[in-house]
Design a protein around this ligand. Structure first.
Ligand SMILES: Nc1ncnc2c1ncn2[C@@H]1O[C@H](COP(=O)(O)OP(=O)(O)OP(=O)(O)O)[C@@H](O)[C@H]1O
Ligand SMILES: [Mg+2]
Length: 329
């Protein structure tokens, strides 16, 4: 089946520089699709071409079966865009900002009134309808901007780094909002530099680096691409950590890393089987264990393996010293 957005062999050059290099992506209706990449990877350039705001050097894009170069106005009508920079008029009130957007889409007076009311409610800004946008907090401004970009009720929403610069609380609130939009049947394409955001929010992800797609898949597929292994984590106490580590090293020949009260190790072969044996061994030896768990490699590991470098906000270093699978760019 063809996706609601089909990007085929897309190239964009600026002079000699290739910002987007033979990108092909298929996005299915109803998905939250993430384009994950660091600064300068080509995310915004790609998005601008999806919306017909920038002409491709070569390649093609269809949105809902319409070729974007040939039908730019129809595509703009069915697609909302939240740009990286928040675009609201500081001097106008929240309601006035929405009013202007509604007029741009030629909504009738009645339609405008209900759309504005709904939008304010959705952004949890009903009580701030008459507050100047400039006086709102960063998170509130971003929410106002999001509902403004979808005042015409588009089928597709494109969000360019929707949470960059937001604090954790506002970020989580934005994620909930995006999930609620998906529940309403809206297809969402978002770009992000945050590995956790891609992992938590997106149904499918295209990882891009230097203008090229280096991998596409669900978060789990991407993690499994890196390795079939698992990370095992054992929590004990600070005092006992070394003792437990020595036991595991000796008995199971595992390469254990001691990180305070936490022990970590990568199980490369038959991870489930090994995990069972280790658990059994620890119980039989009456080792002082608080918890033991096993999980897939993190998105950070995925990124390191795919691109050879860590993302700017990378935090996990837990399993990056194992497994030599390196995918070609
Ligand atoms: N109009 C332009 N002229 C010349 N170079 C450009 C232009 N627009 C983008 N570029 C270059 O293309 C590359 C990709 O830029 P783009 O803005 O798409 O990256 P991005 O992934 O959105 O990055 P960020 O996370 O910083 O927003 C960058 O190296 C950028 O400098
Ligand atoms: Mg950008």
């Amino acid at each position: 089946m063809k996706g609601i957005i089909e990007i085929d062999n897309l190239v964009r050059r600026f002079g000699d520089f290739t910002a987007v290099d033979k990108v092909s992506i298929s996005i299915e209706k109803g998905q939250i699709f993430g384009i994950l990449g660091p600064n300068g990877a080509g995310k915004t350039t790609t998005i601008n071409m999806i919306l017909g705001l920038l002409e491709p050097t070569s390649g093609s894009i269809t949105v809902n079966g319409l070729n974007v170069s040939k039908h730019p106005n129809e595509v703009k009508q069915m697609t909302g865009l939240m740009t990286q920079e928040t675009i609201v008029d500081s001097e106008l009130t929240a309601a006035q900002n929405l009013e202007i957007a509604a007029r741009l889409y030629h909504l009738s007076s009645d339609e405008r009134e209900s759309a504005i009311k709904e939008a304010l409610k959705e952004a949890e800004l009903t009580d701030f309808a008459d507050a100047k946008a400039g006086s709102l907090s960063g998170g509130m401004k971003r929410r106002l901007y999001l509902v403004k970009t979808m005042i015409q009720k588009p089928d597709i929403l494109i969000l360019d780094e929707p949470t960059t610069g937001l604090d954790v609380q506002n970020r989580v609130q934005m994620w909930d909002h995006i999930r609620a939009l998906q529940q309403r049947g809206i297809t969402i394409v978002l770009t992000t530099q945050y590995l956790e955001e891609a992992d938590q929010l997106c149904n499918r992800i295209a990882v891009i680096d230097h203008g090229k797609v280096v991998a596409t898949g669900t978060p789990t597929e991407l993690k499994r691409l890196v390795s079939s292994g698992r990370v095992m984590e054992v929590i004990t106490s600070l005092e006992e950590a070394q003792k437990v580590a020595d036991f595991l090293k000796k008995k199971f020949k595992l390469d254990i890393k001691v990180l305070g009260e936490k022990l970590e190790c990568f199980l490369e072969k038959d991870p489930v089987d090994t995990f069972g044996k280790v658990l059994d061994g620890l119980v039989k030896a009456k080792m002082p264990i608080i918890s033991i768990s096993m999980h897939l490699p993190t998105m950070d590991d995925v990124f390191i393996k795919l691109t050879g470098s860590s993302m700017r906000d990378a935090v996990g270093t837990q399993v990056s010293d194992r497994s030599n699978i390196m995918l070609k760019r």
